[in-house]
Design a protein around this ligand. Structure first.
Ligand SMILES: Nc1ncnc2c1ncn2[C@@H]1O[C@H](COP(=O)(O)OP(=O)(O)OP(=O)(O)O)[C@@H](O)[C@H]1O
Length: 257
């Protein structure tokens, strides 16, 4: 993205964002509610065009490329995607049908190879025992992992995760963070961008961080260099203290003295 702005009426959702993601990088976008994180992700998903500036996705310039050819190269996981899944859909069908592009489409004979790959992905995401269950019967965390398995089924060149841990309990969050960490550390995994509000949700193995506030970039670069108490405080507009324990981050408001 170069000099990117997104405007709706008088509202500037994003202003002058320049940002580059390489294929072997794993990025976290962190910011407060309304900062512009989802808008950034929707640009990366070729779901939105910038008002100003240029966006290139997987080497193609938005505005010049047929987005319907571009989107199958991108795996996009969000609450909106989960909301579109028919509740009666079987987990294995949902994952395997990703290759056929249409959500919820049912085909009588999946190739054995496709089914095997779908089962492997479900296994890897800890939902191997749930493949015969209907999507509507799954817990929130299991749904999220199913949607990630589905997104990976097409072997995307880029994986976008919009608040994957939102709504999960502590155990569910920790489990998902561990799975995403495994994915991040896998050299064959696609370029990954994860949106979150919480430093606790940054999976080890993610390499880069983009901090956003009020539609603008506060700081960006390697996580270890960019994630500081000062930058976090600027991003959330309050005096925050950051700790790193092992390979995980924790933040809280600095106690008044
Ligand atoms: N179509 C629109 N018209 C006007 N304002 C909009 C529109 N879409 C989004 N916005 C505003 O743009 C800002 C950024 O929205 P965005 O969804 O990108 O934020 P976010 O960082 O993902 O927030 P959250 O963490 O709450 O999901 C918000 O203030 C939102 O109200």
């Amino acid at each position: 993205m170069s000099g990117v702005g997104v405007r709706r009426g008088k509202n500037h959702l994003l202003a002058d964002v320049s940002w580059r993601v390489e294929l072997d990088e794993r990025w976290v976008i962190l910011g407060a509610n309304g900062a512009g994180k989802t808008t950034l992700l929707r640009l990366a998903a070729a779901e939105l065009h910038p008002t100003t500036g240029e966006v290139h996705v997987l080497g193609e310039k938005l505005g010049r490329v047929d987005v319907f050819e571009l989107r199958p190269r991108i795996g996009f996981c969000s609450a909106a995607v989960i909301a579109r899944v028919p509740p009666q859909e079987k987990v294995i069908d949902l994952v395997v049908s990703a290759g056929y592009a249409v959500l919820g489409r049912w085909r009588e004979d999946y190739d054995q190879l496709d089914t095997g790959r779908a089962l492997d992905l479900c296994e890897g995401l800890g939902i191997g025992h749930l493949t015969e269950r209907e999507f509507g019967t799954l817990s929130e965390g299991e749904r999220k992992r199913t949607i990630i398995a589905r997104a990976l089924m097409t072997d995307p060149e880029m994986l976008l995760l919009d608040e994957p841990a939102a709504g999960l309990d502590l155990g569910g969050r920790e489990d998902l963070v561990a799975r995403l960490s495994e994915l991040a550390l896998d050299a064959d995994a696609p370029a990954t961008i994860l949106v979150t509000h919480h430093v606790e949700e940054i999976p080890p193995g993610f390499t880069h961080l983009l901090l956003v506030a009020d539609g603008a970039v506060v700081a960006q670069g390697l996580i270890d260099e960019v994630l500081t108490s000062e930058n976090l405080s600027r991003t959330f507009g309050q005096d925050l203290e950051l700790d790193k324990i092992g390979d995980r981050y924790f933040a809280r408001r600095r106690a008044a003295v």
